[in-house]
Design a protein around this ligand. Structure first.
Ligand code: NDP
Ligand code: MG
Ligand code: MG
Length: 337
């Protein structure tokens, strides 16, 4: 059984007299910074210096939240704990230029995803603590649950323990953002990074979208109407996933018809057969060997030509056009882009 930590296992007072510099005010940054502040922690937020309307808006959002915005370099100097919530693919550059020069003995570097540490893109000096506190949910839910007096589950990991207190400090941080209200599981940077990449590639994003597309294309190729194929293969997926989220596969199977359940048991293993499992092993190996990370980092260095082409091709798929028309019939579905 995984090791779990709750509020009672933490000491928020460890953050007394310390300043937490949250770098970035995006999905995770806005949630974590505001939760920490409301937990009584001294917080500053590091951002790009306002240079246009967009960056000015970001700056103002921080001020409206009652937090002091600074440049990343200023925040790095002000912070005892520097929690990096910038997009993963730019963290290394910003770290080298605007954070690393200001690190002093006994500072802590925090992350909510292990990619840059695990794949060696950020190599911290040996005189700082390095921990991860990763909420297992999007930022807006981290904020919303905290405001309700609850929290979302999270992960904690320590990569480097200079002070001898890195884990306690990480747990105090997890308490400050509300995660230990729900429970925090101990992991490592390696486990979090590799499983996160595997999950999104093979199941949650890559696996799910391709399964939906394959089902849709099979029905349309067989002469069925695309609108009907859309409902059967995409729209209804949410209803099924919501049930699994709430009560596992058993609740989902309790709720569907016996005919659907029978087809599920019989066809599922045929569709996701040995070949898919081999492909998953290959994907996992590319993640473990750093091949995926290397390709993604190189893709970013050359301005994302393949990413952009794939994005465009996928946007133009028939299922997206049919879907847009059908969702217009269902104005209660709020589209989030
Ligand atoms: P977002 O893209 O939502 O936010 C990134 C923030 O960084 C924005 O405020 C952005 O400002 C700012 N930023 C971008 N470039 C710079 C720069 N050069 N200098 C200063 N600030 C900059 O990121 P997320 O919150 O999604 O991700 C942050 C971290 O959290 C990542 O490590 C991610 O893996 C992790 N994570 C994310 C989860 C999620 O649900 N989103 C879940 C769990 C972990 P601007 O808007 O001006 O560009
Ligand atoms: Mg991820
Ligand atoms: Mg049906």
């Amino acid at each position: 059984m995984a090791k779990m930590y709750y509020d009672a296992d933490t000491n928020l007072n460890l953050l007394n007299g310390k300043t937490v510099a949250v770098m970035g005010f995006g999905s995770q940054g806005h949630a974590q910074a505001q939760n920490l502040k409301e937990s009584g922690v001294k917080v500053v937020v590091g951002l790009r210096k306002p240079c246009d309307e967009f960056t000015e808006q970001e700056w103002n959002k921080v001020i409206e939240a009652g937090i002091t915005p600074m440049t990343v370099a200023e925040a790095a100097q002000a912070g005892d704990i520097i929690h990096i919530l910038l997009p993963d693919e730019i963290q290394a550059r910003v770290y080298k230029e605007e954070i690393q020069p200001y690190l002093v003995k006994g500072n802590a570097l925090g992350f909510s995803h292990g990619f840059n540490i695990h794949f060696g893109q950020i190599v911290p000096p040996d005189f700082v603590d390095v921990f991860m506190v990763a909420p297992k949910s999007p930022g807006h839910l981290v904020r919303r649950m905290y405001q309700k007096g609850a929290g979302v589950p999270g992960l904690i990991a320590v990569e480097q323990d200079y002070t001898g207190q890195a884990k306690e400090l990480g747990l105090a941080y997890a308490c400050g953002i509300g995660c230990t209200r729900a429970g925090v599981i101990e992991t490592s940077f390696q486990e979090e990074t590799e499983t996160d990449l595997f999950g999104e590639q093979c199941v949650l994003c890559g696996g799910a979208t391709e399964l939906v597309k394959a089902g849709f294309e099979t029905l349309v190729a067989a002469g069925y109407q695309p609108e009907i194929a859309y409902f059967e293969c995409l729209h209804e997926l949410k209803l099924i996933v919501d049930l699994m989220y709430e009560g596992g596969m058993s609740l989902m199977r309790y709720s569907i018809s016996d005919t659907a359940e029978w087809g599920d048991y019989l066809q599922g293993p045929q569709i996701i057969g040995e070949e898919v499992r081999w492909a998953m092993q290959d994907a996992l190996k590319d993640i473990q060997d750093g091949v995926f990370a290397k390709n993604w980092l190189l893709e970013n260095q050359v301005g994302r030509p393949q990413f952009n082409a794939l994005k465009r091709q996928n946007r133009e798929h028939q299922i997206e056009k049919v879907g847009a028309e059908l969702r217009a019939m269902m104005p209660w579905l709020k589209e989030t882009k």
